[in-house]
Design a binder for this molecule. Structure first.
Ligand SMILES: Cc1ncc(COP(=O)(O)O)c(C=O)c1O
Length: 371
């Protein structure tokens, strides 16, 4: 639905995706300033916003490059003229190999690699095209997803460079396992610092072997206040920090006042006592929660203040089910907002979002590169 703006929230269609611009800007500026003070470069991950307006603000605040997870995100950013893009994923399969070589030639794209199997076809195509493809060696510091084990990193770097057509710009890790620490923030912080230290030690070993290793890049929002601060780390790639979300509040990465992304919804039915039904369900937000009993998101009033006595306990595709003592006060037509469990998954469900200030939507921003 296209809407003439500005409009107060009461006049927006529901459900709608809202970005609180002041909160987002505060997140962007605070993180950029903290990392700058520590001498760590910032390369935000755009998979969270998939939005050029947001990326532009991150760069204006001091980010030196951007991180992508898909070719579509690379195309979006390269097409908008942004430089120094990292595709922090493994370019496997003929289509992705061809894309990586072309984007390296046209835009200086850097990719992630962790194995000879993944690197070989890329090397062959890069040599044939006369292009040198920059890469970061991905290292496993605990997530156990992709990434070479730290003890094999020097050997792997030597193997990849021997293939030809590839230039190692440095090392990277994603500390994704930090999201499993629940509310034990001290343990999370110690683990995050350990990830940074492990990666820095790998970089030092690679340099001792006589190889270039300029970039030492960590990346996660739960670890944002610790892993980039390990000695020897010089780049951070947080994504979720731009909006934060309910999962990050539960992990102690942020407070509800930092959460910039909400889904606007209305109560549409109160036929059964103790339950209220809204028009925002599973197709309006990503319910994936770090804890199985946390429901589909955090219910707030129309001003964005959490309502602790109302629980968003389950959802169908287009219906949300609310329960709890506060539901008795809800009436059909009431406007609510929901802080999603997972901002990145929620954004990926929408084609546009309203940029909101002080309860008024001023602009609509495109969400692109969803697949
Ligand atoms: C490779 C990589 N880097 C950075 C990030 C950013 O992490 P977060 O969403 O915790 O900010 C991710 C998230 O999935 C990732 O996969």
């Amino acid at each position: 639905m296209t809407t003439a703006l500005p409009l107060p929230l009461e006049h927006l269609p529901t459900p709608s995706l809202l970005v609180d611009v002041d909160r987002m800007q505060a997140n962007i500026e605070r993180v950029a300033a903290d990392l700058d003070q520590a001498g760590v470069r910032l390369r935000p991950h755009v998979k969270t916003s998939k939005c050029v307006e947001v990326a532009r603000r991150q760069l204006a605040a001091g980010a030196t490059g951007l991180t992508c997870s898909t070719p579509a995100e690379v195309e979006l950013l390269a097409g908008s003229g942004f430089q120094d893009l990292l595709w922090a994923h493994l370019p496997v399969g003929a289509t992705k190999v061809g894309f990586a070589v072309t984007a390296a030639r046209d835009h200086g794209l850097t990719v992630a690699l962790d194995s000879v199997e993944a690197a070989k076809p890329l090397s062959v195509e890069a040599l044939a095209a006369g292009v040198e493809v920059g890469f970061l060696l991905e290292v496993n510091t605990g997530q156990a997803r992709a990434g070479v084990e730290p003890g094999l990193a020097v050997l792997r770097a030597q193997q990849l460079l021997a293939l030809g057509g590839l230039r190692m710009r440095g090392v990277m890790t994603h500390e994704g396992h930090l999201s499993t620490y629940g509310d034990d923030r001290d343990a999370l912080t110690a683990a995050a610092r350990g990830c940074g230290e492990t990666l820095a030690a790998v970089a030092a070993d690679i340099r001792s072997a006589g190889l270039d290793c300029e970039i030492v890049s960590v990346g996660s929002t739960p670890g944002l206040t610790s892993s980039p601060y390990a000695d020897g780390v010089n780049e951070a790639r947080p994504g979720t920090y731009v909006y934060f979300d309910a999962n990050q509040v539960r992990l102690g990465s942020a407070s509800f006042d930092d959460c910039a992304l909400t889904v606007l919804t209305r109560v549409v039915s109160t036929q059964r006592p103790g339950t209220a039904i809204t028009d925002a369900g599973l197709k309006a937000m990503s319910a994936d929660s770090l804890a199985p009993d946390r429901g589909a998101g955090v219910v707030c009033g129309a001003d964005g203040t959490p309502l602790p006595d109302i629980e968003f306990w389950t959802a169908n595709e287009e219906h949300g089910f609310l329960r709890g003592p506060g539901v008795a006060d809800l009436r059909v037509g009431d406007l609510l907002r929901v802080i999603p469990n997972h901002a990145c998954g929620t954004v990926n469900m929408w084609s546009r979002e309203y940029a909101v200030r002080a309860g008024v939507a001023h602009e609509q921003w495109e969400i692109s590169a969803r697949h």
